[in-house]
Design a protein around this ligand. Sequence first.
Ligand SMILES: [Zn+2]
Length: 540
Amino acid sequence: MKQLIFPFLVGLACQTIANAQDSGFSEEMITAAELSNYERTSTFAEVLSVVDALQASSELLHRETLVTSLEGKNVPLLVLADPPIRTPEAARDSGKLVVYIQGNIHGGEIEGKEASLIAMREILLGDKKHFLENQIVLFLPVYNSDGNDQMTDDSRPSQEMSPLLAGQRSAHGYDLNRDGMIIDTIETAALYENVIQRWDPDLFVDLHTTNGTWHGYSLTYAPSYHTAGDAAPSDYTSEVMLPAIRQSVKEKFNLDFNWYGGFDYRDWPPTELRTYHHAPRYLTNNMGLRNRMAILSETFAHDRFYKRVHAANAFVNEILEYSNAHASEIREINRQADMRVVEQIELSAGSYQNGVQFEMVALEEPLDLLSYKYIPYIADDGSQKFVRSSEIVEIKGVQNFNAFEAVKSATVPVAYVFPADFEVLAAKLGQHGVEVSRLGQDQEFSGESFRVTEIEKQNFVQNNHRNSRLLGSFESEVKSFSAGDYYVAMNNRLANLIFYLLEPEADDGLAYWNLFDDYLERELENSTSAKYPVFKVLAR
Ligand SMILES: [Zn+2]
């Protein structure tokens, strides 16, 4: 018996090794991080060389250029599909889900870049080919390409020299993850044009690393926060998809992932975990206004580099495993949201309200929080201080502030109209993919104007802006506009985005990003109030 079975087993073993060799990973496909035993992260050129090697070995990879950076780097966008896909039209015809994964929006947060390269290699030439059964996967390993290459030893101080050198957070002075509304940078403009509008991904994954609170997780996540957008894509992400992925990561890799958030250790033990912000200047939140799903991923800076890459890679793999298995469900939820948004405008625009300002609230369900333990002690000067121990403990029943509720609302109009002088505004809306038309003849509209009484400048600078909050009130008006003035109809799937961009009181709208300051300041020089130049049409 033994003699019969033994050769058979040997045969199998040989075949397995032969297959591994057939998979044909060449040295060029191994990342700089892997080759250096995680002492280095990839430069932009090293990313390109891995991408070149993958492209030369697989016909399933189609390559486009997202943007040419200010320093002249052609940032690659990689489209992985089986059979190969070269155009968005072919992607749409295939009926497959489109998933978009980006790394390095913050140039020092390098884990997503390395994990993306590894994931692409495994999908194209390794054991993850099945990810392409029901979906097309777009990878952008290095979004902030110039920031990536400005490597210094002090850009990520809490990473304890693991690796020693990492890039800079911003791209030429701009934080690309605060630019989602005003679009000051060529990167955001290119992202919207060449990814969001061109490929229309159903799921957007943004890979970061946090160096905030010392929680006890390998990775924390957040959905696109639900604000003025349709709730269903966001709710599905947070209530169905992320819990399932969290569980599979625990089962397969024994890694603990959970909601993003921080706490003040001086209130030890913490009773609240609080997340960051709902505003759509953050790209993942922006996707919610477009009826699409998004996931923010934050590996944990206090882990060693190889562990951070592993966590990011495990997350990417389990997201793609999940989205491949639930491709039609995800598409269907987003398409339903598209239809619901249009339907609501057609049925009741002018007579219902949506949120323009929001506050953070706790989810119904508290969480059991893993955290490094803090030990209070009385210092020699008599004050209470804390020291962090190396033990990770579980704190039961922590309030999870990971949702948002409207604290101020405004009426959703049938359309917005503004004068021909504001071509900058028309162009800005165009960059967001919003259709703007011009009036063919003089026309009178019934609706409301916002009378601005004060521009309240924020007392901090954010992304080179001192943001403005417009104070004032709405008043009913019948107003005449001229041929050539701009008209933005709301009966399309981007209605919630248009609303958030154009509402004068929106807490992250174009007014907040100073687009109307020059005009309004001039008007307010000689008067106690000024009319916000965008008129709301309430009656059809
Ligand atoms: Zn970040």
